[in-house]
Design a protein around this ligand. Structure first.
Ligand code: EPU
Length: 301
């Protein structure tokens, strides 16, 4: 979608919004799938209510784009523009055991920045691609760590009211790959409380997690991480593997040979290829295990 109305463009400029024309979502998502659309970069969080109101008044459909690492974008023309909160300078502030971090900050950089200040507890999240905001939305977790357990406060944009709000950590429930945020809540900044630990100990934890990930996940291929959530008490990856589905493909969308719950774009996969593969694998698991696998990846249809 392309914005053309000169009055709207002037109003956006007044709000300090930077417009990137024909921004490729294939280049902005880890799966490498998606057409182009106008992308609005908003550096000042306080302008968000006015921006959203402006778009509502003009009936312009929009979606918020985060790090794009857990996202499958539909094929073809995109009937909406995207809004993104870009990375800002000085996006991590550490005072004692408290860390305020912009949700646009890279999760891995946040983990290592805290580690250098002898703050641990997030070692397991090293190597989880994407932003702090994306990790919060899904309560990202790995190797026994989940980000939600460290949250004390969070600033959000509430889509339902069109206003900014601050929530205490205990006002949000963080469960396995699920949170109580509304779908149209946008995470802006979060206050984490992290335990003190010697740097060398944190580094050892980080190295172990990195090594586990390297040996069990296709980290150098285009993917959106795990495609399905694990059903209670079971592992989606193990079931798909046991059915012999590694290497199964639809076009260039392929079940990874390394980890069966990762579907990779091995070349020029389309969203239709990926969705067909998801359906076929889900069907096989349903038939053989009687288990319905739910997508973990977010799909923009
Ligand atoms: N397994 C297989 N074959 C496979 C993959 C896994 O037999 O192809 C077996 C493993 O040997 C292991 C079990 O299944 O016994 C579980 O595998 P793994 O330890 O890799 O964990 P997972 O449950 O598949 C979860 C998260 C990952 C996270 C890892 C490490 C989900 C859906 N996935 O994977 O998160 O990195 O644990 O903690 O919860 C993601 O969220 O995108 C993601 C990749």
């Amino acid at each position: 979608m392309k914005l053309t109305d000169p009055k709207l463009l002037a109003a956006l400029a007044d709000l300090g919004v930077k417009r990137v024309e024909n921004a490729s979502l294939a280049e902005r998502t880890s799966l490498g799938i998606g057409d182009t659309t106008d992308l609005l970069l908003i550096y000042n969080h306080d302008s968000l209510p006015a921006l959203v109101q402006l778009l509502h008044e003009r009936n312009i459909a929009y979606r918020f784009l985060g790090g794009g690492t857990n996202l499958l974008v539909r094929d073809g023309d995109l009937p909406w523009i995207c809004i993104q909160l870009p990375r800002r300078e000085k996006d991590i502030e550490i005072i004692g055991n408290t860390v305020w971090v912009d949700c646009a900050a890279d999760l891995g950089r946040t983990v290592t920045t805290c580690a250098k200040q002898n703050l641990g507890g997030m070692e397991g999240l090293i190597g989880v691609p994407g932003t702090v905001g994306g990790a919060l939305r899904m309560n990202a977790g790995a190797y026994g760590t989940q980000i939600g357990s460290h949250v004390r406060e969070i600033k959000i944009f509430r889509g339902s009211t069109g206003q900014l709000a601050t929530l205490k950590g205990d006002q949000i429930s963080f469960e396995y790959r699920h949170t109580s945020f509304a779908p149209d809540d946008i995470m802006l900044a979060v206050k984490l409380e992290l335990p003190s630990k010697p740097f060398s100990e944190i580094l050892t934890g980080i190295r172990i997690c990195n090594e586990k990930r390297r040996s069990s996940q296709p980290i150098n291929q285009k993917s959106a991480g795990c495609i399905f959530k694990n059903p209670p008490g079971a592992s989606a990856g193990r079931m798909i593997d046991e059915l012999g589905l590694k290497g199964m493909h639809v076009g260039d969308a392929r079940v990874s040979e390394r980890h069966a719950n990762f579907f990779v774009n091995a070349g020029n996969a389309t969203a239709a290829d990926m969705l067909a593969l998801i359906d076929q694998v889900r069907e096989r698991v349903q038939q053989n295990y009687g288990v319905h696998l739910e997508e973990e990846v977010i799909v923009w249809k």
